[in-house]
Design a protein. Sequence first.
Lengths: 208, 208
Amino acid sequence: MNYKNHVTRLSQYKSVLQRLVKSGIEKTYAESISKHIGIPATQIRKDFSLFGIRGNKRGGYNVLELLEELKINLGLNRDLPFILIGYGNLGKALARYHGFHEGCVRIIAAFDPKVGVLSSIPPIPVYPPASISAFLKDNPVKHAVLAVPDDVAQSMFDELYAEGIRGFINFSTIALNVPEDAYVNNVDLELELETVIYYTKESNNKTK
Amino acid sequence: MNYKNHVTRLSQYKSVLQRLVKSGIEKTYAESISKHIGIPATQIRKDFSLFGIRGNKRGGYNVLELLEELKINLGLNRDLPFILIGYGNLGKALARYHGFHEGCVRIIAAFDPKVGVLSSIPPIPVYPPASISAFLKDNPVKHAVLAVPDDVAQSMFDELYAEGIRGFINFSTIALNVPEDAYVNNVDLELELETVIYYTKESNNKTK
DNA sequence: AGATTGTCGTGATTATTGTCACATAATTAT
DNA sequence: ATAATTATGTGACAATAATCACGACAATCT
């Protein structure tokens, strides 16, 4: 299954389910998940169906079981360390980002010319870029967060790819040249703000 | 026109065009834009057609003119101030985010219980949340960046909405309850990382 | 036990989005 | 001047995604 929207929704479901678990709720329904995130209940059931997730006829879904299924489908049922490349403002913010501590994603080390220890919880060490190769020899990490300036993004990417990293999230604004067997998720924050502007232009005040 | 993907692509085109302008390039073609961002040339032309952007038969597009057209369509041809709510790690990173200084988006003030002046370029003042209302009386801002903890996101949203803000970008992980006439772009950073994980699962090593 | 209700699961249908093929126009070459 | 070339622009088509309608089934009620 290759469709980005499905994966995004699955991840949203997971997020809701985690909140339900925290509130001690044990059972839920497509209809109530729908209330939380505004996705039609029928779409939710269709997604579950597509990914082979089954509920109980009439009884809804067991929250813990459903969460586990979602994690399996998302590939989050294992330990998933990331390394963070670039410890500027954005890198720092990501390392400290609260959301991650509650989820499944873990940043285990950062690399930046300016070394030190990040005071996040748990603390994340910052190593010089030259030590990336050695670090990856000892730590078989497969995912990296690229939060470096545009002008070094491609060369950092190439180096990480050569070291075996295959999954990337790229915060630089340039489009990377990416081999077939790697996956890059580009997150362009300015673009996200611009989307907001578009949808609030007077001329677009129709429905959405 | 209401289709999110189109707007996202338009914004990508704009980004490429800005880079071309900086390099002093004056003329471009659907085919060469395609090379930069990996979107098929025919898709690019179709998008332009949809938004009424015309090129020159055989002659391609004049870079400056095209950029201007894109900005008009995106609503970026005017001054577009944002206020930033929440000056934690993420808020700080956004305020200092390099990309914004080159683009059209401008954060003119931040609000956080911890006041001060952000040392970005240009410097951004940080005011207490209680002064939001007064600030908006003097500064007719219509867009806000919500970078506050989950538990206050909805109440902050409600307050800003009451003050007339209609365009939001929301970095909290909860789904906000949003009136019909407001637009919220939710950016969930953990979800973005999880997408990377999904696409690099061994079982999904097909094409993409 | 049998009827009733509530919720899931999914094939059929509709809507949206992307791709293709080709007509059209401008430029260059002969 | 005419032909050849190279882009654009767009209607027709194909692929993808979302919604709907309804059947199945478990739980509850009488």
